[in-house]
Unconditional design. Structure first.
Lengths: 115, 112
């Protein structure tokens, strides 16, 4: 089952523009993570925001978290062609088998940055 | 620092066969998680190993099994392969159970 749902599913912009992706989730969280996946490659961890944080920056990335709306957004400023990738949000979700929590990913937003 | 490496990169099998996928975790990481990623979908959690013990399992049947070795490398075994098992299998290691995960580039498994 998917915990996070990214929106939009696909986004195409020009180099230099900003890209905003949104994520909604269903259950209470301790933190929310964003990952990037280049085509045919593994995922790369971008940023982790804790439930008591509202905004976090890392280079050209800005992540916001609204726990009252159970949503997060990832903003990439001054985008580059190299930012072309799929972006996923992920949260820990309590699972039934084993009693521990598992990291649950959304379906992702496919970002294309045109040169 | 050596990252997460997976082998093989690609594999073709037929229905009913068995497969073993391997993962070497990043240096210093004691936790390994395995994910299945179908085309156009996000990764789905299969199971996690922490210090050689299974530490949680997703909604996958028992024919999906795993191991973690003393050096924290890991194997994913799938028996009685089905067509729906065709996917990218990702391994991720971390320095603890809820730490950010470092992914390998995956094994692309195709079932004919």
């Amino acid at each position: 089952s998917q915990q996070g749902e990214e929106d939009p599913q696909a986004l195409s912009i020009q180099e230099g523009e900003n890209a905003t992706m949104n994520c909604s989730y269903k259950t209470s969280i301790n933190n929310l993570q964003w990952y990037r996946q280049n085509s045919g490659r593994g995922l790369v961890h971008l940023i982790l925001i804790r439930s008591n944080e509202r905004e976090k920056h890392s280079g050209r990335l800005r992540v916001t978290l609204d726990t009252s709306k159970k949503s997060s957004s990832l903003l990439i400023t001054a985008s580059r062609a190299a930012d072309t990738a799929s972006y996923f949000c992920a949260t820990y979700n309590f699972q039934t088998q084993g009693g521990s929590e598992k990291l649950v990913f959304g379906k992702g937003t496919k970002l294309t940055v045109n040169p | 620092e050596t990252g997460v490496t997976q082998s093989p990169t690609h594999l073709i099998k037929t229905r009913g066969q068995q497969v073993t996928l391997r993962c070497s975790s990043q240096s210093g990481h004691n936790t390994v998680s395995w994910y299945q990623q179908a085309l156009g979908q996000g990764p789905q959690f299969i199971f996690q190993y922490y210090r050689e013990e299974e530490n949680g399992r997703g909604n996958f049947p028992p024919r999906f099994s795993g191991l973690q070795f003393p050096n924290y490398s890991s194997e994913l075994n799938v028996n009685a392969l089905e067509l729906d098992d065709s996917a990218l299998y990702l391994c991720a290691s971390s320095a603890g159970v809820k730490q950010p995960q470092h992914f390998g580039d995956g094994t692309r498994l195709s079932i004919l």
